[in-house]
Design a protein around this ligand. Structure first.
Ligand code: ADP
Ligand code: MG
Length: 672
């Protein structure tokens, strides 16, 4: 037994000596050290403590309240446990403080009488563990902070075996605050995929399952159908694979994707839109040109109305004179009045036709133009619109080159320039229209903003007020005007400028205050063959009828009908007259041989000329028809798009022109 006891004592001693935990045995109420193992001695800086009291050996421990605890344990006999208690120890007084965190126990020891006679101290230095724990807590806090702070949605999912097979479902084990924002699903933690979004679960399991199996991170885009969010996602496996966890970082890119789709859509339809806009622009451009023209016409009407009255006065006066002379029986020199009034009437007719032709032309149609011919054609209109106080002179260069431009626009531009000249000469003056061929070398072309080459210039100059340099600088601007409201629109010169540029040319202003202004339009020479000008049919002596063809003449205006009938009779035709459609139709449905139907378009009696012609052709197919029409009736005739064998002559017409047309048609009818 003794040997055994010794052996046990030896084992205990060894254990005591080698234990990683610190141990000490204190005796008596003063806690005098009886034993202390190496771990304990290391803890207290290897001080020599055996045989001394705690108060003597460890004054720093006393200070930190450990002695009081020992006293308490000794007095009450109750064990004292401490975890993570701080023990700051100085290896030598005044030296550096060494901080230790200790888990320990003060265990009272009792003698055979059951009375406490000592304390067993045993514990472990947990400073390292505590530090590690602290670090872990800090890194966890950091992680959590980041986790919740990042803008992207983040979650960790954990696979489990579901009814669909192993790893066929997953649960969300953690998710940051942004998760709900991006995915549109709140409180996701704890939710199982197949319960959450059953319809699309397979697709998500397939994606993340692959990451779990292979360890290959993925990045992809997918719609979360349940919430209509389009997401961009990245997923990585959390190691080790046995955790069956995958981390997912994602972002809602619905808006971006919608923008992309819209952009693609826009690209696809852009061409179409451009076409539409272009068409709109062309239409607007045409409307603008037309309104510019109508503005010029409006500016003209004042002058023209005046002129018209003059012409009418002449005609009426002549007629009055004639009727007076007839009443008096003096018929000798009636011819003078007839010639005079006819001339005036022809001029009036020419003027209206010119005005109508001018205001009617709409579409931009560049063709070869002889500018001299164009100017001459406009001269009458210009002279009449500027009034008698202004002298108009035209000087067309001989051998003028042909240009390629829209005639209607050029006429409009010329009129605008003349109207401006008129406005600049309120007290009268001289207006000159000049044309000439121009060779522009590098330098002169540059000054005018043109390519070097051959040009035709059309210049309008006046002896008017002139323009200051400031006005010159802005005159081409749209809506720039110095004229009072109601008189100027500021669009005239901008039209001139636009037209010249559009035609490959330019417009320039030369002006001096108090002396006058010259504005020139430069148009590039037409290269290649110049198209032939339309030759005006020369009316030679009027042909007479060959046989005794019959013409049906329908007009409700007795005077015109009478004049036309007389003219036709003089040509040798038999003429049947009718004053409206129904009576004409009666004749057409009879057996009378009729070579030609001449009819006014506007007719009373519920049937217009066009309808009459159609009705006539039911019983007489191929009947030649000649319509007499005013401008306004153009629409009835389908704007000149007529069936074969139907023709038009526009009122007013000269009788000899009329006779020639009739003759041609009767001959045609005879041949047919
Ligand atoms: P508007 O005639 O409606 O004013 P325009 O574009 O035709 O518009 O002309 C712009 C301005 O240029 C006129 O208001 C006028 O000040 C000036 N201008 C144009 N032509 C002449 C000219 N021949 N003489 C003096 N000033 C002119
Ligand atoms: Mg003007």
């Amino acid at each position: 037994m003794q040997g055994e006891a010794r052996e046990i004592a030896s084992i205990l001693t060894q254990m005591f000596e080698q234990a990683p935990t610190f141990m000490a045995l204190l005796r008596g109420p003063e806690h005098r050290y009886e034993l202390a193992n190496p771990s304990y001695l290391r803890l207290i800086g290897n001080r020599d403590v055996i045989g001394r009291t705690v108060a003597e050996a460890l004054p720093d421990a006393v200070e930190q309240g450990f002695l009081a605890i020992l006293d308490e344990v000794y007095r009450t006999g109750e064990t004292y446990n401490a975890t993570g208690a701080l023990f700051a120890m100085q290896a030598e007084p005044g030296g550096p403080v060494d901080e230790h965190y200790l888990d320990f126990v003060f265990q009272p020891l009792r003698g055979p009488d059951g009375v406490v006679n000592g304390i067993f101290v045993e514990g472990a230095d947990v400073t390292e563990r505590r530090r590690a724990e602290q670090e872990r807590r800090e890194s966890e806090a950091l992680y959590k902070g980041l986790f919740d702070a990042i803008d992207e949605g983040f979650c960790v999912i954990e696979f489990f075996d579901g009814p669909h097979g192993p790893d066929s479902d997953y649960v969300h084990v953690s998710a940051n605050a942004a998760y709900a924002r991006h995915a549109g699903i709140p409180n996701v933690v704890g939710q199982k995929l197949r319960e959450m979004v059953p319809a699309e679960a397979d697709a998500w399991v397939a994606r993340y399952g692959a990451v779990l199996r292979t360890g290959e991170p993925i990045r992809f885009q997918q719609e979360l159908v349940a919430t209509g969010r389009y997401l961009e996602l990245a997923a990585i496996r959390i190691e080790p694979p046995s955790r069956r966890q995958v981390a997912v970082l994602f972002q809602d890119i619905t808006a971006r994707r919608q923008a992309e789709l819209a952009l693609a859509e826009l690209n696809a339809t852009l061409e179409h839109q451009v076409q539409e806009r272009t068409a709109e622009l062309v239409a607007t451009g045409e409307a603008l040109r037309q309104s510019q023209k109508m503005e010029a016409v409006g500016q003209l009407t004042g002058g023209i109305a005046h002129d018209f009255n003059n012409l009418l006065t002449g005609i009426i006066g002549s007629l009055e004179m004639m009727s007076t002379r007839l009443a008096q029986g003096r018929i000798a020199d009636l011819e003078r009045y007839i010639t005079g009034s006819m001339g005036a009437a022809r001029r009036a007719a020419g003027l209206t036709q010119r005005l109508l032709a001018f205001s009617r032309r709409q579409t931009l149609d560049p063709r070869p133009i002889n500018v001299n011919t164009l100017v001459n054609g406009m001269a009458d209109l210009i002279v009449r619109s500027v009034g008698p106080q202004i002298e108009v002179e035209t000087a067309g260069a001989a051998g003028l080159w042909t240009v390629h431009a829209d005639a209607g626009q050029l006429e409009n531009a010329l009129l605008n320039l003349c109207i401006n000249a008129r406005d600049a000469m309120p007290d009268g003056g001289k207006l000159t229209i000049e044309t000439s061929n121009r060779w522009m070398d590098e330098r002169t072309a540059r000054v005018r903003g043109l390519e070097p080459g051959q040009y035709v210039s059309l210049c309008v100059s006046d002896t008017g007020t002139g323009m200051t340099p400031e006005v010159v600088a802005r005159a081409f601007d749209p809506f720039f005007t110095t004229k009072p409201i109601g008189q100027g629109t500021g669009l005239g010169l901008s039209m001139v400028y636009g037209f010249a540029g559009q035609s490959g040319g330019a417009a320039r202003i030369y002006s001096e205050v108090g002396r006058g202004t010259m504005i020139c339009i430069y148009l590039p020479r037409q290269t290649g063959e110049a198209a032939e000008e339309e030759e005006l049919a020369v009316v030679a002596d009027t042909p007479r009828a060959e046989g005794s063809e019959t013409i049906l003449l329908v007009d409700d205006e007795p005077l015109i009908r009478m004049l036309a009938a007389e003219q036709l009779a003089e040509l040798g035709y038999a003429v049947i007259e009718a004053e409206d459609g129904p009576s004409a139709l009666k004749i057409l449905n009879s057996a009378n041989p009729i070579s030609l139907l001449i009819t006014d378009v506007g007719l009373p009696g519920g049937m217009n000329g066009r309808q009459l012609a159609d009705a006539a052709r039911v019983s007489r197919p191929g009947l030649e028809v000649l319509f007499i029409t005013g401008y306004a009736e153009n629409a009835v005739l389908n704007h000149g798009h007529l069936e074969p064998g139907m023709h038009v002559i526009t009122k007013p017409f000269q009788m000899d022109v009329f006779a020639r047309r009739v003759k041609d048609l009767v001959v045609k009818a005879g041949v047919a």
